[in-house]
Write a protein that binds this ligand. Structure first.
Ligand SMILES: Nc1ncnc2c1ncn2[C@@H]1O[C@H](COP(=O)(O)OP(=O)(O)OP(=O)(O)O)[C@@H](O)[C@H]1O
Ligand SMILES: [Mg+2]
Length: 402
């Protein structure tokens, strides 16, 4: 069992104190820099706040967010390497705030891993176990099973310098997981490897999770990594959770504009100047006005709408795969909005079409098999239309989903 609960966790890093002869000037400069952080208090920089998360036994959680949003800080607090300023962390119902890292039964792997260069793969894997004074045959069993899980069995006799980058990284993972920790924390473990290797190691991690059933918490700022690994993704910004959900939920029902534009590639098209209208005499009661056109909204989308929303200023989002492009105005999806092709990108199975509408850039993604899409050229006049059941509406002021 390894359930984890974080309750209202807060982390404030105190402002830098510099002493010595130039201390005052340096301290003033550091303070000015640190005050630029989005959240500060009298005591220091707020790195993480209002962090609430419940992780189920055996779940694979990914923390996703840009640099500086507090991902590493959260992992370090779970591991006990960083004190928490307030809030509670429970493991299997037991409060662990004051528990030393070595008593938490948590393993953590960092971006900059290091292997013992004078030890073989076998001894690198056995090292953490020997430190725990585990009997020799038990060590042997655990090392062999870990090596098997990570496909390292044929490399056990080699030294780190005789391994490829990916193999070395697998050994580093093995060294962390070999003692069967309750929770496995990974902080951007593959960020210094090239893309094909990252993809390979993703599969290794996925298989490892399946075989061991351990609870994993994995940090990344790469949405593809997050999508391929996670049971649930925690989207973070400036130390706050913006949304927690399955990859499907984040993609299909982003809770706010932030998640909507963070998740999905190419990025969701955003139109800030949209307006909702209530039409009482037609069967489709709600419409949205955008780019000078009025579009009816589906009944399922507007079921919960209150009349107050009539005339509301909204932001409309539509993913590029839900934008249709045609070279004549009366396309099958209704009347089109005139647009100009800026450029196209052929990505193999799909073509990305970048267009301009009223000085706004609009991206459409279409299957390349249709020769019409590959034939678009720069400056060509086209017409776009939206799959209306796929639009996302957000409050223009708060950015929350309507
Ligand atoms: N020891 C520290 N002292 C003061 N501020 C810190 C310290 N460590 C981190 N911070 C600040 O806390 C915030 C969160 O940092 P953190 O390292 O958790 O971000 P991150 O999401 O892991 O970023 P990255 O993706 O770049 O690794 C940042 O604003 C950072 O400047
Ligand atoms: Mg980090």
């Amino acid at each position: 069992m390894s359930r984890l609960l974080l309750k209202d966790v807060l982390k404030i890093y105190p402002y830098t104190r510099v002493s010595g002869i130039f201390g005052r000037k340096k301290a003033r400069e550091a303070l000015e820099r640190e005050k630029l952080n989005p959240y500060t208090t009298n005591e220091g920089v707020v790195a993480v706040q209002k962090f609430n998360l419940e992780v189920e036994d055996g779940e694979f959680i990914v923390l996703l967010g840009p640099s500086g949003c507090g991902k590493t800080t959260v992992l370090r607090m779970i591991a006990g390497l960083e004190d928490i300023s307030s809030g509670e962390i429970y493991m299997d119902g037991v409060l662990t705030n004051d528990l030393n890292p070595e008593h938490r039964d948590i393993a953590m792997i960092f971006q900059n891993y290091a292997l013992y260069s004078h030890l073989t793969v076998y001894d690198n894997l056995a090292f953490p176990l020997r430190n725990l004074h585990i009997p020799r045959d038990e060590v042997d069993r655990m090392v062999l099973s870990t090596a098997d899980n990570l496909n390292l069995t044929h490399l056990l006799g080699r030294l780190p310098r005789e391994l490829s980058g990916g193999e070395r990284q697998r050994v580093a993972i093995g060294r962390c997981i070999v003692r069967n920790p309750k929770i496995f924390l990974m902080d951007e473990p593959f960020s210094n490897l090239d893309a094909p290797l990252r993809r390979k190691l993703r599969v290794v991690v996925k298989n490892l999770h399946k075989k061991t059933g351990t609870t994993f918490i994995y940090v990344t700022h790469d949405q593809f990594e997050a999508f391929s690994l996670a049971d649930r993704i925690v989207v973070m910004r400036d130390g706050i959770i913006e949304q927690t959900g399955t990859p499907r939920e984040l993609y299909n029902e982003p809770a706010n504009l932030y998640t909507a534009t963070l998740v999905g590639s190419p990025r969701m098209n955003i139109f800030n100047n949209a307006e909702l209208d209530y039409v009482s005499n037609s069967s489709n009661r709600w419409t949205v006005n955008v780019l000078g056109n009025k579009y009816p909204l589906s009944e399922s989308m507007t079921r919960g709408f209150s009349k107050d929303l009539n005339g509301a200023a909204v932001t409309l989002g539509i993913r590029p795969v839900h934008v249709q492009v045609s070279s004549n105005s009366d396309s099958s999806a209704g009347s089109g909005i005139p647009a100009k092709v800026l450029y196209t990108e052929h990505m193999g199975s799909e073509t990305h079409i970048y267009m301009e509408v009223n000085d706004l850039e609009v991206i459409a993604v279409q299957p390349s098999v249709n020769p019409q899409y590959s034939a678009f050229h720069r400056g060509q006049s086209v017409f776009i239309s939206f799959q209306m059941q796929k639009v996302h509406l957000f409050d223009r002021d708060t950015g929350s989903r309507i």
